[in-house]
Every structure is written in C-alpha cells, then in structure tokens.
Design a protein around this ligand. Structure first.
Ligand code: ADP
Ligand code: MG
Length: 709
C-alpha cells in the first residue's frame, strides 16, 4: 500500500494470508484476485506487488498518446522517437560477429520501419506477427532506417490500429509479466478496488496542495482520458510521497538534535581573527555567510549537522578551516576526512601553509605513515590538546582515539557511506558535523535529499580565476586537437584525455581508454610520458600513477572517470574528453574542474561527432561554468540517478515524485510538513491518523521517530 526505500520487506511476509478471503480488502494477498495464480503472484512480487492495494499503487511511469508518437514516415535518422506499429514480418538473423539479432518490420498507416534488438533472439518467442508494438529509441542508418528500441511495449494483436484520442498507460514491468498483462490486470480490478481506498490526508492539506483526493487520483493515473488528467492524478501521489519524506526529515532533524546535546562553543575570535589577518585574499560574501551559519550552529548547544555545498573551486576548504579554528580555540580537537589519501595529503599541505603563520600544523594520518610516525600522530590525538587531524575515514576507525573530538569535517561527503557517517556520532562526545560536497544541486533539491541536514551554499566564485575555454570539436578535428595538446605540452603543461569505458565493446564501438592509450603512445604522444589510469587497476597502483602525474613525472594522463575526484594538478591545462555525449553534464563539469586550477589559461575540449540533441546539451555546457545551472539542466534532462551515480548512499527513494521536476509540490510539502509537526509533533490528532499510518507502514524509520508503541 505504501512506498518508500526503507520499508522492511520482511514485515509483509510475516503477515499470515487470510484464507479463505471472505471479503476483499486492500491488504488481501494478490493471489485472491481473479486471474492471479501462484506463478503470476511471484512475478508480481518482483514488482513489489503482494497485496491487492499494491496493484493500485503500481502506477504507470509513462503515458503515450497521439501527441507523443511519431508517424513512422516521419522517423528521421538520428532522432529519438516513439513509434506505434504492427508487426508485418519478423525473424532472427545472425551477424558476422556471431551476435543474433531479432528483427521485426513494423508498420503504421504512414509507412514501415525495421526494428532490431541485437543479442535478444529470444524475443522471437513473445513477439508475433500482427502484434502492435510501441517502441522508443534512436533511429539509425543500417541498410535503411532502423530503430533500436531502448524500451518497447508489446500491446498484443487486439489493439486497434490507431491510438488517436486515447491514452496508453505504460507500467513498469518485469520479464514474464508484460505491460500488456499488467494493464489488463489493473483494468480488470480497478472498479472493485477503488471503493476500498481511504483518504490518507486531511482535506485542508489536499486543498493547499491543489491535488485530488486519493481514490480519484488513482482512477486518473490508471484510466485517464488525457495525459493532463493522468498527470493530475500523479501529482497527488507524488505529493504524498514528498510530504512523507519531508515529515521524516524534519522529525529526524529535531530528534537528532534533542537527543544529543552537542558542545556549545564560544566564539572567542582568537585564532579566527588571526587567520583573517594573514589570509592572502578577502572572503567572498558566500563564504562569510557560510561561516556565520556554521558559527551559529557551533555556538548553540544543539549538535551541528550541516552540509556545505559549493562548486569545485568555490573555496570550501577555508570555510572548513575557520570552523576548525573555532573548535580549537575552545580547546577541542578536529578531524578532517577526505575520500582518498591523496586528497588528504593535498589538504594537509594547503591547510598547513594557511595555518603556518598561526603556529598550527595539522596532523596527517594516512596509511603511508611509518610505524614510528603513526605512533607519534596517534599520541597527539590521544593527548588532550587542540589539534587538527587530517586523513581518510581511517581517522575515525580502529585504534585511533581522540581525547576530545569536538568537530568532524567530511570532504566530498558523497563518497562516504551512511554507516561511515554514522560512526562519527559515536566518536567522543557527539561532535559537531560539517559535510562538504562539490556536487552543486539546487537548494530545493538539497533540502529534500539532505532534509535532515542544514544546508549552506557557496554560490559565488572567488574572483580572479581564468575562465576555462570549452569547445566541442568534431572527429575531423582530431589531428588539430592533439596538435594543440602538444603545443601545451611543449610549454611544459600537462594534459588529461578521458574516455567513458575501459574496454572496447563491440556493440557500442566506443573508443576505450586501453585501446586509445596504445594509439596515443604510438601516435600523437609518441615522445611524451603517458600513463593509463582506470578503475580496474588496484588502488595502490592508481595512487602511484596519480602521484606521478601530480609530481610532473607524467605528461599525459589517459583515464576513465576515476580522475573525477581526488587529483588537483595546477600545471594541467588541457582536458580532452572523448565521446562527451556519454557523460552527464554534471560529470563533465566535475571533469572540467580538474583543469583551470593554476595560473595558466586552461582548455576543455569535447571531441567527437555527436547527434543534434547531444550537441545542444554540450553547447549549453560549453557556455557556462556555473555548476548549479549545469546541475539543474542535467537533472531536467537525465534525472537524479545520473547526477549522483549508482552508488550514492542514503538518499530517500522516490517512486513517483521527482523533487526537482515537482519543485512546487515539494515546496508545498515542506511547508505543510513544518506546520503539521508544529501543531502535532507525534501525529496523534485524529486527522493525522492516515498520514501516521502511511509513514509507519512505508518507512521503517518512522517507527523510531514517532515513537510508535
Ligand atoms: P573547493 O570548494 O573546490 O574545495 P578550495 O577550497 O580548494 O575549493 O579553493 C579553491 C582555490 O580558491 C584555492 O586555491 C583557494 O586558496 C582559493 N580561494 C578560496 N577562497 C578564495 C577567495 N575568497 N578569494 C580568492 N581565492 C580563494
Ligand atoms: Mg575541496
């Protein structure tokens, strides 16, 4: 019935099946529905559908109508389109490389097109002549126009040839349970199930968000007469989801602070004033603002739990140093953690230089220390003296003991898991926590994703940096690009060349780093010192290569995206990115941030022939260095997964809502959540029982937060 990332899947399994079902409820196991046997039930379970009510909550992720389908005659090579047509011929063909391709010729009233699924000969068993297919993908040229679907739906033979005037709901499906079957199943039970649905939200909240009541919303998403109607229904479900997450976050935020009173530091302005005096530049307005917010947190007895967000080069480090000094002038210890040893060393060096005039030298603790150095470092931490310790997460693990840890700072926080962050709370006396992130995201999204954190944003660049020249060059310009790189190398600069994949895949024919490395060392960079860096190398080997590049022992670093974080080489001025269309804009932005870190003019060159759509995206990227603007465009174009990568930890899972696209709804949800918790902190009011139920069923965490007995 509910959704959300952190529900306990066991919870439902424990529920004994009511047998025989005397009366259908939303909690009745799906096996009691007509047409659902044990086999189907198992397939449904894979989609998270185990009870009748889950079927209602299984919402289409897409709708197609006449306005989104392209007439086949109008399909042009290079375009990304959806077509609806009937299979008039089909078969499996082998290719020269031994790959078997399922092919079908699909026809609508305007014409026909070949559709091909390389490596999926098994589709021959499920796609039949006469079936109507809805296919989405790119049109290529291969002995004529050919569509290679990224996604497709088999509508079966019974669909009428024209889809005009109707809306087709496309459901998330699974192998063995097609969209067609799912749609039929939902339609068959809709009338029976809808009357059982009870409203979860009070009427005034519905009114405030301007969304329909739940039963109506469910009808709209499953049986819309227009896409607009479907979206209206969807908005209701999205709002509910956003409201739940906002409630949980706000509550978690309150509970965390009440439960663990942090230390209240006194703003003595002793060390911080000294730093201000020796700082070689003036702080930006954004830095001043962030420092003020952090000081207020640290001076309060509540524990600080703050995220400092700012683009690469925004100047987060000095903000962190100010907070460290505030802790230290209160005689507390500080730990600064970086995701790699190299980054930790970098911090130790630059912060060490910054603090030298104050007579403070940070303690660097990494795995590279000898036994004696390590003992000395550990002794300083065990001593009850103020100290700034810099290292990797090893700082807060194992035999490392702090006498008086008052502040923990985590750089590039997204690289740390939730558990690692949680370990922090157990260290010492619940230190204040400052997280730092260089993934710029719009404030509204940050507030949702990190809703249990407070957020400070550095949205202002320090002055005096050269803009990076970004250009897009076609394949034909390749020789010139490498010629240019060579002139930079002649001037003593260093160069990055980045590829999206490690090995050439036959299917995609991308230039892989390993293959291109060979080409480059025997071609344009024959006289240079070139190194290859990729994610399959052991960590210590990667580390050696990065060190060599940093120390100027390597001229050209050919790499996959592993260089995204963790290397800062001021002498590197050229970043060449091959197959730029394969990268998300935010990823490109991170890569570009690796150059332009020194005094010299730097260049980012996107190399390759790209389609019209990609060219537009890349043009946008080339035209701005504002990470927030880029992130916003990226989110709009590709969704959240891309921005953070698959490994992002600890984010709430949204099934329906998209906090960015649903920005207005999300903002309303935030306001409503705040008011609800203010009026009724434990959600005990009768009007909040639906909401309370929704939270406790859907989110394991709600049990602890709302003290459900
Ligand atoms: P990031 O936010 O990526 O961690 P850093 O803290 O490494 O950025 O800062 C990038 C560079 O900008 C550093 O060399 C730093 O000394 C410099 N810097 C930081 N703040 C300012 C400022 N207000 N004015 C000029 N330069 C600054
Ligand atoms: Mg940094």
């Amino acid at each position: 019935m509910a959704f959300g990332g952190d529900r306990d899947p066991q919870e439902r399994k424990r529920r004994p099946p009511a047998r025989p079902a005397p009366r259908l409820t939303l909690d009745t196991p799906v096996t009691y529905l007509k047409g659902v046997g044990p086999v189907r039930a198992e397939l449904l379970a894979r989609l998270g559908i185990t009870m009748a009510g889950d079927l209602l909550r299984h919402v289409p992720h897409r709708y197609e109508d006449a306005s989104t389908v392209t007439r086949i005659a109008q399909a042009v090579v290079g375009a990304d389109i959806t077509v609806l047509g009937q299979v008039i011929a089909k078969g499996v063909l082998p290719t020269r490389k031994g790959l078997r391709v399922f092919q079908a010729v699909v026809q609508d009233a305007s014409g026909m097109i070949e559709v091909a699924w390389p490596g999926q000969p098994f589709l021959d068993r499920t796609i039949n002549k006469g079936d109507w297919l809805l296919c989405t993908g790119q049109v290529r040229f291969f002995h004529g126009r050919r569509l290679q679907p990224r996604e497709f739906v088999n509508l079966g033979p019974e669909e009428e040839g024209t889809n005009e005037g109707r809306v087709l709901a496309v459901y998330p499906s699974t192998e063995g349970l097609s969209v067609r079957v799912l749609r039929a199943m939902v339609q068959q039970h809709l009338e029976q199930l809808l009357p059982l649905v009870q409203e979860t939200l009070p009427r005034e909240i519905l009114a405030q968000a301007d969304v329909p009541p739940l039963p109506e919303a469910l009808r709209l998403v499953h049986r819309p007469t227009s896409v607009a109607e479907a979206l209206r229904g969807r908005a209701r479900l999205a709002f509910e989801e956003l409201l739940c997450v906002q409630l949980l976050h706000r509550k978690a935020n309150q509970v965390a602070r009440e439960a663990r009173g942090g230390t209240a530091f006194v703003n003595r302005r002793d060390l911080t004033t000294k730093l201000r005096a020796v700082l070689p530049y003036t702080l930006t307005g954004a830095q001043v603002r962030a420092i003020r917010e952090i000081v207020a947190d640290m001076a309060s007895p509540r524990r600080m739990h703050r995220l400092l967000q700012g683009d690469v080069g925004a100047g987060k480090t000095v903000v962190a140093v100010f907070s460290a000094l505030l802790a230290m002038e209160n005689r507390a210890q500080v730990a600064l953690m970086a995701p790699t040893e190299l980054l930790a060393e970098q911090h130790a060096r630059s912060i060490g230089a910054l603090l030298a005039p104050l007579g403070i030298s940070p303690v660097l603790l990494t795995g590279r220390l000898g036994a004696k150095e390590r003992r000395a470092a550990l002794a300083r931490l065990a001593d009850d003296e103020p100290v700034l310790a810099i290292g990797t997460h090893a700082l807060i693990q194992g035999d490392v003991a702090f006498a008086n840890l008052g502040l923990a700072i985590i750089d590039e926080q997204h690289r740390f898991g939730v558990e690692q962050r949680a370990t922090l709370g157990l260290k010492g006396k619940a230190p204040d926590v400052l997280l730092m992130s260089a993934t710029p995201i719009p404030r509204s999204l940050a507030l949702t994703l990190y809703g249990d954190l407070d957020v400070s944003v550095l949205d202002e660049r320090p002055p005096g940096r050269h803009p990076i020249t970004t250009v897009v060059r076609p394949e034909s310009g390749r020789p010139k690009v490498f010629e240019f790189a060579n002139t930079q190398l002649d001037a003593g600069r260093q160069v990055y060349v980045v590829y999206p994949l490690i090995e050439t895949s036959e299917k995609m024919e991308l230039k892989a780093a390993t293959v291109m490395f060979e080409e480059l060392v025997s071609g344009p960079f024959a006289t240079r010192r070139v190194a290859l860096l990729h994610g399959r190398l052991p960590a210590d080997e990667r580390d050696l290569i990065m060190r060599a590049f940093r120390d100027g022992e390597v001229d050209v670093l050919v790499a996959t995206t592993v260089i995204e974080v963790g290397i800062d080489v001021g002498n590197a001025t050229v970043m060449i990115i091959e197959h730029p269309e394969r990268f998300g804009l935010s990823q490109l932005h991170q890569l570009r941030g690796r150059v332009g870190r020194g005094a010299e003019q730097s260049y980012c060159i996107l190399l390759g022939d790209v389609g019209a759509e990609a060219a537009e995206r890349l043009g946008l990227f080339a035209g701005t260095e504002d990470g927030f603007e880029i992130a916003r465009a990226d989110l709009q174009l590709r969704g959240m997964g891309d921005l953070f990568g698959a490994k992002q930890h600890g984010l709430p899972a949204f099934r329906i809502a998209d906090p960015l696209r649903d920005e207005a709804l999300n903002e309303t949800a935030r306001i409503v959540a705040e008011r609800v918790l203010k009026d009724d902190p434990q959600l005990t009011a009768p009007s909040h029982q639906g909401l309370r139920h929704l939270l406790t069923v859907g989110y394991a965490r709600a049990l602890e937060l709302f003290r459900v007995g």
